[in-house]
Design a protein around this ligand. Structure first.
Ligand SMILES: [Zn+2]
Length: 249
């Protein structure tokens, strides 16, 4: 019997059989893992609290040929504040869905773990929108998809100042002549490009002091969503749900 410990954030749970759950975990030590939790949905299960979405828990896992199995689980942090309202809960689901989509499976990646933990700890507070934009930007960086903002991503020329289109397919801004080939790529004003550059580089505490006007916030959300959807090859389910709630993420 091969047992091992892992600290993990539960990204999502999948109902299998009556009371069993498959958990998608982002572990600190081993990256993203799928594990089987027998009877975890039973009201009497001692694991029940520790396997809820967004919980940070300590797991004792057993290696198995098909899928590793949860032997024990204990809550470290349950982020109860995230359950206070539906929007916050849906945003937490969105952050976890992005990590599930972009973190590599079975490879340790402490960057994703730190980013998600930092965001979940702050999501119940103020400036949710700024935090979500920061999170989306850093997911792109961690996934190796950082947008090129200095030179045209298609031809390498330095674009003239002004409104620029950003192409997720090309990987960054497009100069005037190259923009005509992608007329549907999202447009950004220079102010938005500047804020995006800071989102990609600055630590969260510096981002917190930024003042961002409504137009810039809209453009930033549009360009980041376009990037994330392009690389996921779909729109995140939680983002569709947030739009139905009447609140853009
Ligand atoms: Zn160009």
């Amino acid at each position: 019997m091969k047992l091992y410990h892992a600290e993990a954030i539960v990204l999502r749970t999948i109902a299998v059989r009556e009371a069993d759950r498959v958990l998608v975990l982002l572990t600190r030590e081993y990256g993203k893992l799928r594990v089987w939790a027998h009877g975890a949905a039973r009201p009497t299960s001692r694991k029940r609290g520790a396997v809820q979405p967004f919980c940070r828990s300590r797991f004792l896992l057993e290696r198995s040929r098909e899928i590793d199995v949860v032997r024990q689980a204990e809550v470290l942090e349950n982020f109860a504040v995230l359950h206070a309202d539906l929007k916050t809960l849906s945003l937490a689901g969105y952050l976890c869905e992005l990590v599930d989509g972009f973190a590599p499976e079975g490879q340790p990646d402490p960057g994703f773990y730190r980013l998600l933990l930092q965001a979940l700890r702050r999501l119940g507070g103020e400036k949710q929108e700024l935090l979500v934009r920061f999170f989306e930007s850093r997911v792109l960086v961690l996934a190796g998809l950082r947008p090129e903002l200095g030179v045209c991503a298609a031809c390498g020329n330095r674009p003239a100042a002004g409104y620029l289109r950003i192409s997720p397919a090309q990987g960054g801004v497009l100069c005037g002549p190259c923009q005509t080939k992608e007329p549907t790529a999202p447009v950004c004003r220079p102010a938005t490009l500047q804020v995006l550059g800071k989102m990609l580089d600055w630590p969260l505490d510096r981002i917190w002091r930024l003042r961002v006007d409504a137009g810039t916030r809209r453009e930033l959300a549009a360009v980041l969503h376009s990037y994330l959807c392009h690389h996921l090859e779909r729109e995140p389910k939680s983002l569709i749900f947030l739009r139905k709630l009447g609140d853009e993420a």
